[in-house]
Design a protein around this ligand. Structure first.
Ligand code: GDP
Length: 728
């Protein structure tokens, strides 16, 4: 299929089958219901990777059909699916690519856009995106959020106005909406011919041709299309669109501007190359339309992905960090440099088991090679590599820069880990994950589901490093903790969908933290003399505040055997336990350094338990004298609103103890950034919606912990005492 001789770029290995220039890693971003799933499915259908369904000639039974349906679902929701596309050369529309197909990797983007970490990671591994809009609803509030995230993470985009067949579909309105609400420099490269039930095809603006799809059995073969002259009724519109497109491009592209100035003709390849340049620079958004459901416009969309979205070579290189020096390093795509990749998704495939999806940024990896994980400082051998290719799980021997593939059977990797060569020790993502800021108690609706729920939660925690799950020692309740209310809601939803466990949850609780403000010494004794053999443990400790973010350190500096060596671990365990369950108000202690320095023992009565208790008491004693304070999670909140609601939204943030950090105008909208205590953010989704008639949107992420001000301390402490169940 391939012709290695054609792969002559200096960054490509001669062994790879698909040159980097012919690779497209892209995601489909959309408002829920705009048609992300259908569009993905149709792309896989047209690229030949999903087989025809219900084809009687194949002798398919109903069960087969159902199996296939299930299989399709699994494929489409997989973290990344690989497919191949040959641009047709016989239709005179697109240039011939010398017979090497394009490799397209469709990367799943999170359905919920509020998770900064997950959104950021998926946005980082894709090089471009297709933004799907509903032809009837146009730009919906959530499409604005998705769009802004793509802008924030610098993802080049093309837009697909879907559902052109639906009653009320209107391409011009959707386009106007995109320009007005998103501030997009958006121009049609394909215009609609007809709409609603009369939607027949599209006008190829660049080539000034019409593309008409035939009607056919939708469940069977893909629809064929015919390239014709533009029908007379659409001629003026097509010409105006081309003039507008050239004008728009010339405003931003010097080459086209020059050609116009010199009154030279602009050929199709020259114009397409300019559109591609601007799209890759995120200066222009080419707009297409169609109906994924009716299979019209999809082939053209895949061509546009190839024509206009960047290959890994067309975007700035990924940035990594040297763990010790925090120096920034660029990781440009090059098969011949050292291996560096990012594990972006853990996924459990019903057939292949646990998969770690990763994106290679540089170098290559072969089966049998070792990979190094800077977070765990461990090396692991790669025994199996795989790509999900339609309904097939295909084993591959090697992967190259720019590739997306899956590792099979590796256990100690978590989402966000960098996997690299041992002598190329850099981290693509910060190695620590934010501490959970909210928690709730959870229990299955039916007792019989207890084990299933625990297993499900454990697996979800493995996949998502920002989600934690543990048992509250005092109450025996299972506690889930994460980045926000919505995060935990989605965990419950996934438990239901993926593990068939319905769960009840308690009210969400803020995960406060405790720490100290000065150094102190403390002593703990656990001495019992009750006839027979007694108990004797005695420890002395120093505590001091640790640097912010450095966590907890417990050191042993006992000299001269005042506490015998064999009991030191027991003392330390006691301290660790007290730190976990809190001293001041029952919340986990952070950023503290504890040094065990002295104690005493009894020849007969000393034992592990007594020393563990002595450790707990000593820590509590020292803590009480060290100026303990309560810390609350502060969220970074970013709200985007049409200007007219700005005043109300600012006022509301002030009332929530928020500190405004910035008010910026962006694309006709106001972007407010603020730091707000999480405790004040309950119900914010509803509040902002009602303040802005649904037009404003927001995102928030944990920023850091800050001391709870005295004005609210008593309320927080009282509430904490009343609700011990969900402390973390
Ligand atoms: P997602 O939530 O974005 O993944 O959206 P889906 O692909 O699941 O589509 C949502 C609904 O819209 C489904 O009922 C689809 O059948 C329907 N749908 C998707 N594309 C089209 C289209 O082009 N035309 C029409 N009429 N319906 C569509």
């Amino acid at each position: 299929m391939s012709d290695p001789a054609a792969i002559n770029s200096t960054v490509n290995s001669p062994l790879r089958q698909y040159p980097l220039e012919r690779t497209r890693n892209f995601g489909i971003c959309a408002h829920i219901d705009a048609g992300k799933t259908t569009t993905t499915e149709r792309i896989l259908f047209y690229t030949g990777l999903i087989h025809k369904i219900g084809d009687v000639d194949d002798g398919n039974t109903v069960t087969d059909w159902m199996e296939q349906e299930k299989e399709r679902g699994i494929t489409i929701t997989s973290a990344a699916v690989t497919s191949f596309w040959n641009q047709k050369k016989d239709e005179g529309l697109y240039k011939n690519f010398e017979g090497i197909p394009h490799r397209i990797n469709i990367i799943d983007t999170p359905g919920h856009v509020d998770f900064t970490a997950e959104v950021e990671r998926s946005m980082r591994v894709l090089d471009g995106a297709v933004a799907v809009f509903c032809g009837v609803a146009g730009v919906q509030p959530q499409s604005e959020t998705v769009w802004r995230q793509a802008t924030k993470y610098k993802v080049p985009r093309i837009a697909f106005v879907n559902k052109m067949d639906r009653t009320g579909a209107n391409f011009d309105n959707a386009l106007a909406d995109m320009r007005k609400k998103l501030g997009a420099y958006a121009f049609p490269i394909f215009l609609n011919i007809g709409a609603e039930e009369k939607f027949a095809g599209v006008i190829d603006v660049v080539n000034q041709k019409a593309i008409i799809w035939g009607e056919g059995d939708l469940t069977n073969e893909g629809l064929k299309y015919e390239v014709t002259e533009i029908p007379a009724a659409h001629k003026d519109r097509a010409e105006a669109a081309l003039a507008e497109l050239i004008d728009a491009v010339s405003n931003k592209d010097d080459l086209i501007a020059e050609l116009i100035l010199e009154e030279k003709p602009i050929s199709v390849p020259v114009l397409k190359a300019a559109i591609r340049r601007l799209t890759c620079l995120i200066e222009l958004v080419p707009v297409l339309c169609g109906t994924a459901f009716k299979k019209k416009g999809v082939q053209v969309l895949i061509d546009a992905v190839i024509d206009y979205l960047p290959s890994p070579l067309d975007i700035p290189p990924a940035q990594g960090m040297v763990p010790d020096t925090e120096e920034s390093v660029a990781v440009p795509p090059d098969d011949n440099s050292k291996f560096c990749s990012l594990a972006f998704k853990l996924w459990t495939d019903p057939y292949a088991g646990k998969l770690v999806f990763f994106r290679v940024y540089s170098g290559q990896l072969k089966k049998g090679d070792s990979i190094y994980n800077p977070r765990t400082r461990k090396r692991e051998r790669v025994s199996r590599l795989m790509v999900i290719q339609g309904s097939e799980r295909k084993d591959v021997d090697s992967v190259y820069s720019g590739d997306i593939a899956a590792l099979v059977g590796l256990r100690n990797i978590t989402t966000g880990d960098t996997l690299c060569n041992e002598d190329f020790d850099i981290a693509l993502e910060p190695p620590t994950f934010p501490e959970p800021v909210i928690s709730m108690a959870i229990e299955p609706k039916t007792k019989a589901d207890q084990d299933k729920m625990s297993q499900g939660l454990q697996r979800l925690a493995e996949e998502d490093p920002t989600f934690k799950c543990f048992t509250n020692e005092e109450t025996g309740q299972l506690i889930i903790a994460g980045m926000g209310e919505l995060h935990l809601e989605i965990i419950r939803d996934r438990l239901k969908r993926e593990f068939s466990v319905e769960a009840d949850a308690g009210a969400p609780q803020i995960a406060y933290r405790e720490t100290i403000t000065k150094s102190a010494e403390g002593e703990g004794k656990f001495i019992r003399q009750s006839g027979g053999r007694g108990q004797y443990g005695h420890a002395v400790v120093d505590v001091e505040p640790n640097e912010k973010g450095k966590g907890v350190e417990i050191l042993n500096k006992v000299v001269g055997g005042t506490i015998p060596k064999e009991y030191i671990p027991a003392v330390m365990n006691g301290i660790a336990e007290a730190i976990k369950s809190g001293v001041y108000a029952g919340f986990q202690v952070i950023d503290i350094k504890v040094t065990v320095k002295d104690g005493s023992f009894h020849e007969v009565d000393s034992n592990e338990l007594a020393f563990k208790m002595a450790g707990i008491f000593a820590l509590k004693d020292a803590f009480a004298q060290a100026g303990p304070i309560l810390l609350e999670p502060i969220m970074k909140v970013e709200a985007t609103t049409p200007d007219e609601y700005q005043g109300d939204i600012l006022g509301d943030i002030n009332r929530r103890r928020g500190m405004i950090q910035g008010v910026d105008a962006k694309n006709g909208q106001t972007v407010l950034t603020a730091q707000v205590p999480l405790a004040e953010m309950f119900g914010y989704a509803t509040a902002i919606r009602s303040l802005s008639k649904g037009r404003a949107s927001y995102s928030m992420e944990p920023l850091h912990f800050e001391q709870v001000p005295n004005s609210v301390l008593t309320t927080v402490m009282d509430a904490a005492k009343k609700r011990p169940a969900a402390r973390s």
